[in-house]
Design a protein around this ligand. Structure first.
Ligand SMILES: *Cc1c(COP(=O)(O)O)cnc(C)c1O
Length: 382
């Protein structure tokens, strides 16, 4: 990734820089891989709701997957059409359900019997039927970090296979519910096709069973979760969409009246973003050297929350020599560390560092802990 250093020098750090050309190329690849197929891709807006990125994503024709009323609002404000918006979330409030009904969204992804009953009541109040997909917890191990595994029985998400028949039968009898299909989301940062193939097998087995209960399954939504290469962002700037969509194409038995929906977040926006931060001090510790930067876990929480690692580059050092550093933020928490034993060109106060692959679950998760300002942002095209 190339960085416009002159523009950076005029901007207060830390901030997120987004390569919108790379985002467009990523979206073009998604569109290429799904062209001519009954596939619909919804961008999972929780990964990043930056208005500039949403504009590009909308232009390239994706819909939206949201998990809160706030995200629904952001999607509508960005001009996404309601009939391309799906709404998941384990604890939607009445207010959020009403907002979805009023907007005329495509579908609620329902995660419990209790929620189904509430949507039914509210839809009847509006004299309408709410389109609903049942989120099923298929008990599949996504082989990813435990905080981002969502499809196991021990997770809070979705309806377990044991409860499913009961929920489907009740849904079919509700006047305020139009049961349109089923929904899954097994986890995030999934870097092998195995879990997705297992999901296809489960769906192939489930659909005839649900049809035998009287359900007409028109939409199958397989969620998101496709991972990206955090260790080599320049080697793999675009996720392997070909093999991801190919897995569903070859493995899932889609009938002519069925549509397949996807909810991709990370794989759409992660690689186009970098967190740009300035070195405040270089400090010699007892056994190590610390590079102390002006970005902290409040700007990018993934390392502190999931033990994630983002590649760190010194984008302004002219030094031919390198040294070994721990790169740390200014927050009063010992977990506020971006990297240990990082080999960087000799780094000095005032240098700019880029934390790569930070476009997903970065800016959107920023907090004001320590009364800090939220990070700014800059788009390549602006
Ligand atoms: C988070 C989430 C996604 C997106 O996951 P990614 O790993 O970013 O692709 C999709 N669907 C639901 C329901 C989610 O909660």
């Amino acid at each position: 990734m190339e960085f416009p250093i002159e523009r950076f020098n005029e901007k207060e750090t830390p901030f997120y820089y987004y390569d919108t050309d790379l985002l467009r190329q990523t979206l073009a690849e998604i569109n290429r891989c799904t062209k001519g197929l009954p596939y619909h891709v919804h961008y999972a807006i929780k990964a990043n709701a930056n208005a500039g990125l949403l504009e590009v994503i909308r232009q390239e024709g994706l819909g939206i997957d949201c998990v809160s009323g706030g995200e629904l609002k952001a999607a509508l404000a960005a001009g996404f059409e309601p009939h391309k918006i799906v709404f998941a979330g384990v604890a939607k409030t009445d207010k959020e359900i009403r907002a979805g009904i009023e907007a005329g969204i495509q579908c609620f992804n329902v995660e419990s019997m209790n929620e189904l009953e509430v949507i039914n009541e509210l839809a009847k109040e509006y004299g309408t039927k709410a389109n609903v997909a049942i989120r099923i917890n298929p008990n599949i191990d996504a082989h990813t970090h435990k905080y981002i595994t969502t499809g196991l029985n021990e997770n809070k998400f979705g309806i377990s296979l044991e409860m499913l028949d009961d929920v489907i039968s009740k849904a079919l009898k509700m006047d305020g519910i139009e049961l349109s299909g089923i929904h899954f989301h097994i986890g995030s940062q999934i870097t092998e096709n195995g879990p997705f193939a297992t999901l296809c097998d489960k769906i192939n087995e489930l659909v005839p069973h649900l049809e035998s209960l009287g359900a007409n399954i028109r939409t199958i939504n397989v969620g998101g979760g496709l991972g990206i290469d955090y260790t080599n962002p320049d080697g793999h700037p675009i996720a392997d969409f070909e093999s991801y969509f190919g897995t569903f194409k070859t493995r899932l038995h889609l009938k002519p009246h069925q549509e397949l929906h996807f909810e991709l977040g990370r794989s759409v926006v992660a690689q186009c973003g970098a967190l740009i931060t300035r070195v405040i001090y270089v400090k010699q510790g007892v056994n190590k050297k610390f590079v102390m930067v002006d970005a902290g876990m409040t700007d990018l929480i993934r390392p502190a929350l999931y033990q994630a690692h983002h590649n760190i580059e010194n984008i302004t050092s002219k030094s031919a020599e390198s040294d070994c550093y721990d790169v740390v933020g200014p927050i009063c928490e010992s977990s506020d560390v971006f990297g240990t034993n990082e080999t960087l060109p000799v780094t000095r106060r005032g240098d700019l560092l880029a934390l790569r692959s930070a476009g997903a679950y970065g800016e959107i998760m920023a907090s004001r802990y320590n009364c800090r300002e939220l990070p700014g942002s800059m788009l390549k095209e602006q």
